[in-house]
Every structure is written in structure tokens, then in C-alpha cells.
Design a protein around this ligand. Sequence first.
Ligand code: PLP
Length: 908
Amino acid sequence: MSPTIDTKTAVQHDLPTPDPESPLRPRQPYRLSTLCVTVENPSMKDQYGSSSVPIYQSATFKGVGNEYDYSRSGNPTRSHLEHHIAKISSAARAFAVSSGMAALDVILRLLKPGDEVIAGDDLYGGTNRLLTFIRTHVGVTVHHVDTTDPNAVIPFIHPTKTAMVLLESPTNPLLKIADLALISKEVKERAPNAIVVVDNTMMSPYLQRPLEHGADIVYDSATKYLSGHHDLMAGLITCNRDDLAKQIAFTINSVGNALTPIDCFLLLRGVKTMAVRMDRQQTTAQLVATYLHGLGFKVHYPGLPDHPGRDIHQRIADGNGAVLSFETGDKEMSEKIVGGTRLWGISVSFGCVNSLISMPCVMSHASIDPATRAARGLPEDLIRLCVGIEDASDLLDDLEHALVDAGAIALSAQQNKYVRVQPGHAALNKAVEQLAVGSSSQTVEQEWFVSAPGKVILFGEHAVVHGVTAIAAAVDLRCYGLVTPRNDGKLSVRFNDIDNFYAEWDIESLPWDASVVLGHNERHPEDLDQPLIDALHTGPLKELGVEKAQARNAALAFLYMYIKLSSAQRPSVHFAARSTLPVGAGLGSSASFSACAATTLLLLSERIVIPSIPAPISADHPHLSHHGRYALERHSAEEANRWAFIAEKILHGNPSGVDNSVAVFGGALTYNRPGFGKPSGMTSIQGFGSLRFLLTNSKVPRDTKKLVAGVGLMKQEQPEVVGAILDAIENISSQAKRSLADSSEFGRDNLLRDLSAMINQNHKYLVSLGVSHPSLEKIREKTAAPPYNLSTKLTGAGGGGCAVTLIPDNFSDSAMKDLLAELSECGFDPYLTSVGGSGLGVLSPYAEHRNPSANSGVANQGQVTPPETPGEGAGSPDLDNSLRVSFEFQPVSELSEWASDLGTWLYV
Ligand code: PLP
């Protein structure tokens, strides 16, 4: 039995607006967002006053002649939903069925053989499929026309034969606008019996109510915005005409495709939040559309000023919705973009709280054959974006990453922003890249000078292996890397501070064939290219003796990255690295080397570019760092970090990623290893000003793996004791993190006092784990003794290596001098450093930032170091007056001052 319909007396908008209390102060009808959340049906009061509509999960109802007898005909939960939908759709009647297509099926059953249908030419694929079915099986003629042009519709309107006009606005996925009001009027004037049907799925009743514009029937796939969570399928049909409502109710009851009670309940719950979801989603959609439009893509979105249907849309709708599409000009590039996003899920459909990305031609519209797609102007490269409720910046960031990785946009050094890479150019670049593979070396004119800091683990060492948080910070002892042109077909490296190592190779003799070529925008896969590593060991590195293992490894990492990054061009250059960091003392010297080598190679291959910045006003050279200014672009830093991590993998096998992250990003960060049931990864500690530390190298070599294994064994033997120590260290780490992050709030004196206490405690716990060493205890003793009274702890793996001592701000210069002398006398190497400073730096390549006096005119022309050929034999370079020579012969103690005097350093 179907509930009776009395549309003559039907309250058109059963608005639960309270009665006016006074003629002087009348109440306004509730706005739509209020209506959405207010589920009230005065004629169906719940017997217990339940706040949410109960689920009447019952197929049958007892009794005879009652309102409900069988759920196919009617169900109280469904009645509640239908009442609510009618209310927010300006409708007298609403029907809930099992899907959007089921809704259309019910509507199309109003047709009979011989009828004619006029439908849009950019319809949802499923709609096309069903229309094709009724055309071939029911004998109905279907005319697909461009409904965005009412004049294209008029010639197809037949006074008697036209039975239905099926419209979508905006269309999906091209966002074309049909003037629903005008077309309804034209149809009614020319074919009074024709019904105007609108698929309103793209808008939802919150943004558009076509019944208000003359449509006879409106349907929605409630799978989309109305439910909002992609957790149910549903279709809704609304109308104001009694005759149509009767036929619709008859069909639903006959075929049995009404929505189930539980889905009615879920849908009703979804509708309550529709207004807030839509508001948020379309605000972000506007941002995304504006962003893509600004980059020069062809974007389809009615919120953009150049959208051809914008004025009409604004007249008939209350918002622009959250679906947009754009063209890249290249199907393959589109596929890469879609595959490259992380936050945007690849999925058909839309309207979900999560953002989705798709290529209609291979997904939602694949059911339309390619020829028809082409005839209807549906570009094969079209990408559809369905915006969810995530943070807009995250969505834009994710999209930007995908666009960059796919080569759709690139950083313009001139404009200092991303610009669109014309697809033709991208293809050409690729072709040139391919052609260039195997060609001889490329001429280089530019030198690049970079530097990266070492790191110190302040808290949590060893415990981090067992899931405890570690805190690492950058030290201002740095590695420097300089790449200079050679242009003689050779590649050379010099590591002055590791055995004064020098090696050179003919570029063409490198094992190019062993490597899988990486495209310009391609990322290195997670695993190392082992065949290339093997080929480097047996080829270019073969002659280099095992006694120089450290330098040989550094050369391996450099050559590996050189080959991977030089797929198209094989620049003939010399790379020199120097370090003010003690190598092998646990201060991250290898990571800072990795960051320098990776960055110079990325700059050479133009995978990262240095945006030009305005020249400094003062003559001295400001330190542009992370104090609120990022002189080096974030994405360049991320790319450098990814490659530094690869170099670290080559050097260490299984690095945590902490050292290279500190080397690139500087400052301080916390790190948690994955696999301990807690969120893993790194977070930077913001607002952390720099602190002075003394790093004292005990010069006792140690075996990190053995030390770590020792603690592991102890944990096995005495789990409770070690567990308690780890807990205590975790406490210290989290307290330190808080103190560092809140240092401005709690005052510097308090911070120093707290850190001092924590350093002592942490060291004691490390001692009880058995990882100290007599030399480290001696350093602690010396620094703790009066008049110094300083707190010291071991850092890194312990068993030798370095100790860190916190130096209060008021520690006098003379006391420092005495302490340094005392430590040196004991045979230790003390380094006074600050912690928490800048990360990766690049000497500005722009002439206006270089210091003419610093280097006898070599760097003052902005960049060019004259190409030169190193001498024979030992390979010592010509001693002419180049930056390279000054760099390689600078005493370590003067290196950092010399480097900083060269010009402006741009930091991450
Ligand atoms: N109409 C439009 C515009 C759609 O996008 C869809 C589905 O994507 C439908 C109708 C069909 O809805 P359903 O999938 O709920 O059957």
C-alpha cells in the first residue's frame, strides 16, 4: 500500500518556523542550513521523543488498514527522510530509492514507445547508458543536444512527441551550465505535456532547487553530497505534481527499489551536515580552481570569472559546488598527476568529505565509447577534482607536488614561482633528454657552493632504538661542498679532510649501462639500484684501496648520485668537500656530506633551482635562514633531503633519516622510529632559538652496532630494569621537547636550568645502559668541576665519540678559554658550537650577492669559475686564484668564516 498523496492540500514547504509571536517582530523563515539540520515532521512525532529518527528495520507491520503494512510500499524511517528531503528541495513530494540510477530508471518509466527525449550531450556516463538502453529496447528516440545553448534545444522540441527534456547543470565533468529556467519555459510553451527533468546531483538541494525554476521532476544521486561520506548508495526524486508523484510511487512500489530503512537513517544523518560540508568544500574548490587557473591550465569551474555560463549559474544556483575539472594537454601527464597525489584519492564519484581525483575518460565516463566522447568534446586528458573538507593548504600542497612530479609545472627562476610547462615543451624536453642519453659530456659554466650542518642528539640516544623519542639538533659545525667546472670530459672529487682523497674518472668510462635512467621529474625508488652499486665497486672504485674505506664510500655515494641525476647531461665537473665537523665522532658528518653532494648535483642537473631574491640593502651579508624566512624553497629542500637520504643509505645501509633531515632543515626535531605503536616520524621543534654547546671529541673510536646490540641484549636479560630506564628517558625527551618549544614563554634562564638538569639525568641513564666510556666520564668530570659547574652528557652511541656540554649564556670568555685548554691538554678536541641553527645553505649564485673583496675577484662576476684541468699524477689542481683552490687550501679553522664572507648564503 502506498501512502496517499494529497498534493492539492500538501503543504508545499512544511517549514518548522515557529508561529509569529508578534506582528511587529515577525520571525523570518529558517534558512536552508537550519532546515537541513532540523529533522522534524509534525505529523510523525516519535512516541519517546527520540532525537534521531529511529530505524524501523521491519519488512512488515501488524494490523489491517494502518498507514504502514509492508516496507516496499512504505516505511516510517523512509517517510521521515522523504518528508525532510521535500522540505529542503522546495518540493511537495520526495521519494527515496536505492541509487541515483534507480531514480532515473523510475523517472524514465514515465515514457512510452514513440516518445522523444531531449537530453544534454555532456551527461553522466550511467545516464547515457540507461538512455541508450531505452532507445534500443523501449523505442524511445533520444536527441543529445548541447543544452548549454537554449537555441540548440528549441529545434528538437516537438509539440506532441517530446515527452521529456533531461537536463544537468552544471554538467559533469565539464561543468557546462544549462539555463534551467529558460529551457523549462521554452519547453512548456512549445510542448505543454513534456516533463522537464533535472539531475541535480552536482549541486544538491542546498545549492540549487530546480523545481523553483520550472522543472517538473528533480532527482539526485544522494550517494554524493546529500549523504556526504561515500558510505551508502541512494537516489532521491522530488516533484510538485500530484499526477507525476502518483506514477512514481506506483513504480517504486511495483519494482521494489525503495531505499532500505538503515540507509534512510544514514542519509538523514548525512543531510544534517550537508550545509557545513558544502560551504567548506566549495570554498576550497574555489581556491583550487583559482590556483590551477593562475598556473595557466584550462579550468572548468563556474566560480571562475571567465566561465561562459557564470551569469546564468549565479541566477539559478546559490553556489558553485565542489567539482571542477582541468585540462593538461597531455593524457600521459594527466595520468601521472592523478597517480602522483596522495591526499586526493583516486576514485570515481564525488560529494564525499574526502577529496577525490579522477580521469573521467578512463573512469566514470569510460562507458561512453571514445568516438562519442570525442564528438561531445570530452578531452581525454581531463582531470576531475572533487573537493572534500580537508585543510585547503594540504590539498593545494599535495596537488602542487603531483603537478611538479608530473612535469606539468616547474619553478621559473626569473619569476620565482611555479609556471605551467607547456605540454609540447615537456614532450620536447623529454625527447631531448632521451636523445642526450649516451651523448658526450655537457659544458658547465656555473659553480655551486653549498653547506650543511652536522647534528647532535640532545636526548634519547639508544632509547630511540626501542621506541623512545629522540631529540636532534643542528650544530654550527658544517660540511661544505663546492662543484666547479672542468669541461675536459672528466669527473673528479677531492675530500681534503678524509685522507686528502683525490680521484678522477673519464665520464664516458663510468658504468652508465648499469643504471636505470631517472627522468627529470622522476623520484628515486625506495630501494637502491644495487646493480649500479656493484658496477661502481668493480669499475671506477676498483683501484681505490680499502684502507681509504671512508673516502671510497663517499666517492661511491657521489658517483651513484651523479649517474642517477645526470641521465641526459653528463657535466664535467670537480667536486670538493670539506668539513669543520670531526668525521666519525657521531656528529652527523656523513649526513652533512650527503646533503652537500646531493644538493650540488641537484643544482647541476637543474632539478632544483635557486630563486633570485632581492639584493641586500646593507653591504654586509645577511644570514637568510629559517627565522621566519625561507630563502631556499621548501620543495627544493625536500628534494635535497630525499637525495641526501639516498646517499645515507649508500653509506650506512639503513639510516633513520634523522641526520640528513637535520642537515637539510636545521633547527631541532624529534624523531620516533616506526613500529612501536606510536606515531612515527619527525616533527620540527618550532620557536627554538640557538643554544651554545661545547662538543668534545674524545677521539676514542667506537663500534656503534656493537653498542646498540649490547643495550639490546641487556634489555632481553633485564627487561624490567631497562624498560624503566627507557621510560625515564622518554620522560626527559618529552620534557625537553616542551621546554625547547616553549622557551620564549618560560624564559631563557629557566630553559637553560631545565636542560642542564636533564642533561645530567639523561647521561646517568645512559651510563646505566653501559654505553659510557672512561674518556667520556673524564670530560664530564672536567666540565662539572668548579669553577665551570657545567652539565655534560655523552651523545650518539657513546663508547667514545663526543660529549656535549651545555654552555650558559653568562659563561665567561676567560673560563671558556681555560676549559678549552684543559680539555685539549687531556688529548681531547673541544669545539665550541651553537645548536639549533640553519640547515642547508647555498651561496647565492647572483652577482649582487657575492662579495667582490672576499676572493680576489673570482666570485665577483656572480658565478663563473674559469674551467681548468687539474694536474696529472696526484691530481692536484692548478694553483691559480680560483674559488676552488682557496676552498681546498683554507685551514679548517678558518673555513667557515671564509665561506661566510664570500657573499649571501641562502638557507632552508
Ligand atoms: N547523476 C550524476 C550526475 C552522477 O554523477 C551519478 C553518479 O556518479 C549518478 C547520477 C548516478 O548515481 P548513483 O551512482 O547513485 O546511481
